[in-house]
Design a protein around this ligand. Structure first.
Ligand code: TTJ
Length: 652
């Protein structure tokens, strides 16, 4: 990045920045009193947030064209070091404060160049509260600035200056190094960093900032490892990465970039042979999960360009309908990244870009690039249109399928699947649908349940892997149809979570590897085709016991599968060994081994059971997990299932 500027330009730009530009706004005391107000929480999330507050400053320096390399390390004592090769935070004395600028950066709330305007600043975006907040929340923070031949150093304790900035030696490099130890008085839950969590975001930052070299190293004993990222392709590499396990229908992802009114836009996209749509959008490196104007501009344009092209090529006839947005997005993987000098974040989670001028800019830029692509690649253009037509046919088929699935209504009960043992209540807030693997377990569940509010749908054997099946096959699959009909939610574009006939969909499978596999297949189905149910928190796993501790003929205690199952079993055995007869272990290999009464009391009775709600925390990670589980690669899949067969709470 830095090499893109010549030295004259560098001098020009350096002039614009001097200490007086850094604005002083507020005192630091408030931060330690109410840390949550500044970093969201003091939990694991808040802890990791500290790293991004610091790293964002180095990213800004890279975006300005002055830094090309950022190194993040988790030190042996769980402190963090961030090193960049930028210009170094200014060390000159500020007029207003009489203190070195660097000291102000770390000791005054909201200090930093970011409010002065000029250039994109990722810090100051979604959470950007500044490095002074990190300082306030650290037992120790030290900064070293390498600049103009000297190395400068200053240290702070809980945000307070320990001694004046001093020169600690000569140097021939330039850049900023910040090291901090999060304060355990603040981060009471944990002060242990998660390498994987940092790695995921750092990789994302590398994709989003083409050419940037960024690394993350874990120096803690036993965990020593390092990941370095550098993508010359930027978001093109990101699209390729997202499509790694998929089949692309053309070789190189489309890419376009442009700038207008200081707003820069980059788009990359590629179609795959599958059905899944992944459109990721970012504003100033922040994932805009809720979309916004950049995403809208892209979507609208995609739909328009494809329909115009299809009509021009006579692939859609005059009397036929246009393809919908959803049709043309089937199988699409796209990344949109905009950088805006003053991004407005809206929405519930402040992850929706609001700046209205961005949709037009994005649309114009994309329209030009995509039209050119279609002109130059008519064969691919035809495939894209045909894919959209295919999707539209499936959508209409889904609509027909939906017309066959009805809400519960005494007159239409005959439409419900024959295998469903429905409950008598039709209040979805009270009712539960258990999907049970196998007829015998289904039988026990049917007689053990409370028929007032619990319905049972037995599913036979391994269910269809929707990741590998065509839409026709999915819609034609008996088990899947039963599930959709029973839930009453409709299918595909017509899916309507508000029509759910049950607000609990409980997946009840054996606590063994096969059960885990079936559970995963059902989850994949939910994830791909009933996602709003997961989002609404309606999907659960039942947690049948793995052991029963029996004294005589009576089961005294049940042990649930989990990492501590053996320990818990031992404790239970000891607890029940006081009496005359010795406790016996009953191991449940399947639900079928429990009688109806046992199944009720261990797994179904709301008073006594444990059920785990399925969470959809990070769609992208879940994709990767499912792709690993469901892709062609059998070895990692088997390993994963075996490792996780005991965990009932798969955090999706
Ligand atoms: C500001 O204007 C003059 C030249 O340098 C600019 C600057 O501050 N650059 C900069 C800051 N590079 N890196 C940082 C930085 C790095 C870390 C790790 C932490 C912080 C708070 C800032």
């Amino acid at each position: 990045m830095a090499e893109e500027r010549n030295s004259e330009e560098l001098r020009e730009l350096a002039k614009e920045y001097d200490a007086s530009q850094i604005q002083v706004l507020e005192g630091l005391e408030a931060v330690r009193k109410r840390p949550g107000m500044y970093i969201g929480s003091t939990s694991k999330e808040g802890l990791h947030h500290l790293v991004w507050e610091i790293v964002d400053n180095s990213i800004d320096e890279a975006l300005a064209g002055f830094a090309s390399k950022i190194e993040v390390s988790i030190e042996e004592d769980d402190s963090i070091t961030v090193v960049d090769d930028g210009r170094g935070i200014p060390i000159d004395i500020q007029e207003k404060t009489g203190r070195p600028a660097v000291e102000t950066v770390f000791t005054v709330l909201h200090a930093g160049g970011k409010f002065g305007g000029g250039g994109y600043k990722v810090s100051g975006g979604l959470h950007g509260v500044g490095s002074s907040v990190v300082n306030a929340l650290s037992t120790v923070l030290d900064v070293t600035v390498h600049k103009e031949g000297k190395a400068y150093y200053q240290e702070y304790h809980q945000g307070q200056v320990v001694e004046d900035l001093k020169i600690i030696g000569d140097t021939d490099r330039h850049g900023t190094t910040v090291h901090f130890i999060p304060d355990p008085e603040i981060f009471t839950e944990t002060t242990v960093f998660e390498f994987e969590k940092l790695k995921t975001r750092i990789r994302e930052l590398a994709f989003l900032n083409r050419g940037l070299k960024i690394s993350i190293e874990d120096k803690r004993s036993e965990k020593k490892q390092k990941s370095e990222y550098h993508f010359e392709g930027g978001i093109v590499s990101y699209v390729e990465y997202l499509n790694k396990k998929k089949t692309a229908i053309f070789d190189t992802p489309i890419f376009t970039e442009g700038e207008m009114d200081n707003i820069s836009v980059e788009i990359s996209m590629q179609y795959t042979s599958g059905y899944e749509t992944t459109v990721l959008s970012f504003a100033n490196n922040i994932n805009t999960h809720e979309g916004g104007t950049h995403e809208n501009g892209f979507r609208t344009t995609l739909t328009r360009v494809i329909n115009d092209y299809a009509r021009k090529q006579k692939l859609i006839k005059e009397n036929e309908d246009n393809l919908t947005g959803e049709d043309v997005r089937e199988g699409l993987t796209a990344v949109i990244s905009v950088k805006h000098p003053d991004p407005q974040f809206e929405g519930q989670t402040k992850t929706k870009l609001g700046n209205s001028e961005v949709s037009g800019i994005t649309g114009r830029l994309f329209s030009e690039a995509f039209n050119k692509f279609l002109l130059e690649n008519p064969k691919v253009g035809r495939i894209i249109v045909e894919k959209g037509i295919q999707a539209s046919k499936a959508r209409l088929a889904a609509k027909r399928a939906r017309e066959m699935t009805r809400r519960k209504n005494p007159l239409e009960l005959s439409n419900l699947p024959g295998k469903l043992a429905d409950c008598s209540s039709n209040d979805p807030f009270q009712t539960e649908l258990f999907i049970v693997e196998g007829d015998s377990a289904g039988g026990s569940a049917k007689s053990g349940r409370n028929r007032e509010f619990q319905a049972i749908l037995p599913i036979r054997g391994k269910i269809l892997n929707v990741e590998k099946a065509t839409m026709e096959k999915i819609l034609g699959n008996e088990e899947i149809r039963s599930l959709f009909t029973a839930m009453g939610t409709g299918f595909g574009a017509d899916f309507d979570v508000s029509k759910a006939r049950y607000h609990k969909l409980v997946i009840m499978t054996d606590a063994d590897v096969d059960g885990a596999h079936i559970r995963t297949l059902l989850l994949t189905l939910c994830y791909r085709y009933m996602r709003p149910l997961i989002e609404a928190g309606y999907v659960y796993f039942a947690m049948p016991p793995i052991y029963g501790v029996k004294v005589g003929n009576e089961i005294k205690e049940y042990i649930q599968p989990g990492p501590d199952q053996e320990k818990e079993l031992k404790i239970a055995l000891e607890k029940h060994s006081e009496g005359k007869s010795k406790p016996m272990i009953q191991r449940y290999k399947g639900l079928g081994e429990m009688d109806d009464h046992q199944l009720w009391e261990t797994t179904m009775d709301p008073e006594r059971r444990t059920i785990a709600r399925v969470k959809l925390e990070d769609a992208e990670d879940a994709n990767t997990v499912f792709e690993m589980l469901m892709g062609d690669d059998v070895a990692p899949r088997k390993e994963f299932i075996e490792e996780n067969a005991h965990y009932a709470t798969l955090d999706l």
